[in-house]
Ligand binder design. Structure first.
Ligand SMILES: C[S@@+](CC[C@H](N)C(=O)[O-])C[C@H]1O[C@@H](n2cnc3c(N)ncnc32)[C@H](O)[C@@H]1O
Length: 401
């Protein structure tokens, strides 16, 4: 039996903070950190009604359009507004990371670590029905939760979701090369074109799922396995295409023209910036916390994964496109060190100032232009954010003189 913790922060976590040079006082305001909701566009007129229902005022977040804060103890999950998708819970720092992407309607966006999907929903809202979103996650059950969320908020139309390893995912956005795709196919395969997505599975698929359930490791996609398309909306560019057209990986040089306009790499991390996540271990057990968060070998593997995710997301970005890298860890190893190594490896990556961040309540990261949100400074969950532009290598050398 584990000893119940008396301190708000367990000793093991304090050691972790010390080892990583992080000041524990950033968590001192955790109990008063508000919770945040985003109002689905089009429901502004319903704010008063929502306030009446949850018996609490929705305070506008002055620096983030569409966001409202609530006292931390207010429950929204049972409310009609939540159940009908008028509001959804998303931390303001997460909203900031999505805002940094400068999304424009019509953009083709890749979300490389998409589940459970709060940021993906916000991305879809910002696209206003134009463009597409490709969500990728290695975890089947987490991505299934993302699919449920898209359906609940009626946001699935322009989305497709793949269970895949984001470090090797290679599919380009839909529609961009649609003419050439159709051009390559023959009349014979018109019968194989994908129809509207349905949750009803064919006998073959049911058999495959049942088999996968027998193996625990099958829940996470294995490296080298084909991406599994688990959802697509009517306007996501999948309907009417054949599988081979959708699964076509273009040559590397085509990516500069036909890659994604925007890529979000909200990478897997130790989640140490999210005290809510850390506190879950109170019930899960601090022994598993040691194993799942603090283990040095796991952290080393994580930083390798983060760099691979970032590099692959950037590879899939078109020239002139924007990538945002974020983690809810506050360690230098998972943030600034990853960014530094990535910039060394990628001559066409230019770290960008996040212009809209001028009035955001956050600090600069250890590398100029990067940002750090923490509970004390920002009244949000902890988050690191870095924004990159993809330029041509030649231009970068010129601009450095
Ligand atoms: C910080 S969470 C993402 C949160 C999500 N962006 C959101 O806003 O709800 C990190 C995610 O990365 C996923 N992940 C871990 N390894 C991955 C990999 N190799 N490829 C893709 N996703 C991965 C995890 O399953 C997890 O869902």
């Amino acid at each position: 039996m584990e000893e119940p913790s008396t301190s708000p922060l367990p000793a093991a976590f304090l050691d972790f903070l010390k080892e990583n040079g992080l000041d524990p006082s950033i968590y001192s305001a955790t109990d008063s950190t508000p919770r945040y909701v985003r109002l689905k566009p089009g429901y502004k007129a319903d704010v008063e009604e929502i306030e009446d229902e949850i018996k609490c005022k929705l305070e506008k977040v002055s620096w983030l359009p569409g966001f409202y804060s609530l006292p931390p103890d207010v429950q929204i999950a049972g409310s009609h507004a939540y159940k009908t998708g008028k509001i959804y819970g998303i931390d303001a720092a997460s909203g900031a990371a999505v805002t940094a992407l400068d999304i424009l309607p019509g953009n083709h966006v890749l979300d490389l670590c998409a589940a459970p999907g709060a940021k993906l929903c916000m991305i879809v809202d910002l696209l206003d029905g134009l463009g597409s979103v490709t969500g990728v996650d290695v975890s089947q059950h987490r991505l299934a939760a993302c699919r449920t969320m898209l359906q609940k908020y009626a946001l699935g139309d322009i989305c497709r979701l793949f269970v895949a390893d984001g470090a090797t995912f290679s599919l380009t956005p839909v529609n961009v090369t649609s003419e050439s795709k159709f051009g390559e196919s023959t009349l014979e395969d018109s019968v194989d074109r994908l129809r509207e997505w349905t949750s009803r599975k064919s006998w073959k698929e049911r058999k495959k799922t049942a088999k996968a359930k027998q193996t625990v490791s099958a829940e996470l996609v294995q490296s080298g396995q084909d991406p599994e398309l688990i959802f697509y909306g009517l306007k996501s560019g999948v309907v009417g295409f054949t599988k081979s057209e959708i699964y076509r990986s273009p040559p590397e040089n085509e990516l500069l023209s036909y890659g994604y306009d925007r890529v979000l790499v909200d990478a897997e991390c130790t989640h140490d910036g999210s005290i809510k996540h850390i506190q879950k271990f109170e019930s899960w057990g601090w022994t598993s916390f040691q194993r799942r968060v603090l283990d040095a070998e796991r952290t080393d593997n994580l930083t390798v994964l983060q760099l691979r995710l970032l590099a692959n997301g950037f590879r899939l970005l078109k020239s002139g496109g924007i990538l945002v890298y974020s983690t809810c860890s506050l360690t230098v190893a998972q943030n600034e060190d990853v960014v530094e190594q990535f910039l060394k490896d990628n001559a066409s990556a230019e770290l960008q100032e996040i212009e809209v961040a001028r009035n955001w309540p956050c600090k600069s990261g250890g590398i100029p232009k990067t940002l750090r949100f923490d509970p004390l400074t920002s009244q949000t969950s902890g988050l690191f954010v870095a924004k990159f532009l993809k330029i041509s290598g030649i231009k970068k050398r010129e601009s450095r003189g």
